[in-house]
Write a protein that binds this ligand. Structure first.
Ligand code: PLP
Length: 379
């Protein structure tokens, strides 16, 4: 059975990237690899839309998140975090582990944070040193209005805007410098379509100033040390050589396509999937602002979302994802990240129709496929 990886991480990796990674291993201090890092360093700035360096860390995305807490805050500092899903919750857990006092904005799953709520929280407590949120909350499939939230945070000289863009950067617009994002975290195996094992972090000048004052304990995730190494086109410790070689290839292909074209293509595919689902009576789970990166679909009444996602894998070789926590059984999720194109969307829609039909749903096969085709039709 042919396999398709349509999970919201890890995502499908292109053959070009896999082949690049299969080359004989370079030594991480060899001149050839230093050249690779030099190119990757510039291309990451392009991707993040920033003039600041983007640190490259050998860990999954959560390591980047942990560093984004320990490098900018001290125990006893106050931080505000948006909790609208599994990953928002994680910001709170990391802060607590570092003795950071947290203020939480709880957002009902499927909704986005209201910038007014952030404004109110900061007004009430101007000593808050950082606001943590997701760009795309992968567990619920919503995209938070980070640009608007950042406008609020920018009014506070001692408060950083820290964004987990692990499932956003490279799929839809996250404009680091123009929007004034202080710390942006990304990771390899979601939007960047690489195997897991790298985190990327951009830091603004305001961020580096705050880093000078931060007293949290850290060793491996020491951003200042990584910044110094990056100035010499190196990483502080042994580089994840193969992954970085893969990243170079992935960034090269992204540059060839161009950010605008990538965003337009991904958006078209996400719309096609969502509209196709609506056409067969399946609602999108987000109540507002659905993310382009991942489509969370509510299982129809009387059908188990876990069964739908399991059947996709067992019957048709498609790995998608179910729901997490209280959404288990209620939703299933299809990724729009990774090495995917027009016909991967058609595959997803066709397979969902076939799985539902197999489970006894009375839909007419091809209905959703037709809708998706209309939207994806090359003009
Ligand atoms: C997957 C994900 C993470 C965690 O990344 P890991 O690479 O699993 O550590 C964090 N935030 C978001 C939004 C994610 O989608």
């Amino acid at each position: 059975m042919k396999k398709y990886l349509l999970a919201p991480g890890p995502t499908q990796v292109s053959p070009e990237v896999l082949l690049a990674m299969a080359q004989p291993l370079l030594h991480h201090r060899a001149p050839e690899f230093v050249e690779v890092l030099k190119r990757v360093k510039e291309d990451l700035k392009w991707l993040f839309q920033t003039q600041n360096d983007v640190l490259i860390i050998a860990s999954t995305g959560t390591g980047g998140m942990e560093g984004a807490v320990s490098n900018f805050l001290s125990p006893g500092d106050k931080a505000l975090f948006v909790n609208g899903g599994k990953f928002g919750e994680r910001w709170g857990k990391i802060c607590k582990n570092y003795g950071v006092l947290t203020e939480e904005i709880k957002v009902e799953w499927g909704y986005v944070v209201k910038p007014e709520d952030v404004a109110q929280a900061l007004k009430k407590d101007p000593s808050i040193k950082a606001v943590f949120t997701q760009a795309s909350e992968t567990s619920t499939g919503v995209a938070h209005p980070i640009r608007e939230v950042t406008e609020v945070v920018r009014g506070y000289d001692d408060c950083l805007m820290i964004v987990d863009a692990i499932s956003a950067l490279g799929v839809f617009e996250v404009n680091t410098d123009a929007w004034g994002l202080d710390v942006v975290v990304s990771g390899a195996q979601k939007a960047l379509a690489l195997p897991p094992g790298l985190a990327f972090v951009s830091v603004s000048e305001k961020g580096w100033r705050q880093a000078e004052k931060a007293k949290s304990a850290k060793f491996y995730f020491d951003f200042k040390k990584e910044r110094e190494a990056l100035a010499k086109n190196q990483t502080a410790y042994t580089s994840a050589v193969s992954l970085i070689v893969g990243l170079e290839q992935s960034l090269k292909m992204m540059k060839e396509e161009g950010l605008e074209n990538i965003f337009a293509r991904r958006s078209r595919m996400a719309t096609a999937l969502r509209e196709a689902m609506a056409g067969i009576g399946l609602a999108s789970f987000p109540k507002e602002s659905p993310s382009v990166s991942v489509t969370a679909i509510s299982a129809p009444d009387g059908y188990d979302g876990q069964e739908i996602y399991k059947n996709l894998r067992l019957k048709y070789g498609i790995t998608a994802a179910g729901g997490q926590d209280h959404l288990k059984g209620k939703v299933f999720r299809i990724s729009n990240m990774g090495d995917l194109d027009t016909f991967d969307t058609i595959i997803a829609v066709a397979a969902i129709e076939m799985v539902l039909k197999g489970m006894g749903h009375p839909l007419k096969l091809g209905t959703g496929v037709g809708i998706a085709q209309e939207i994806l039709l090359a003009k």
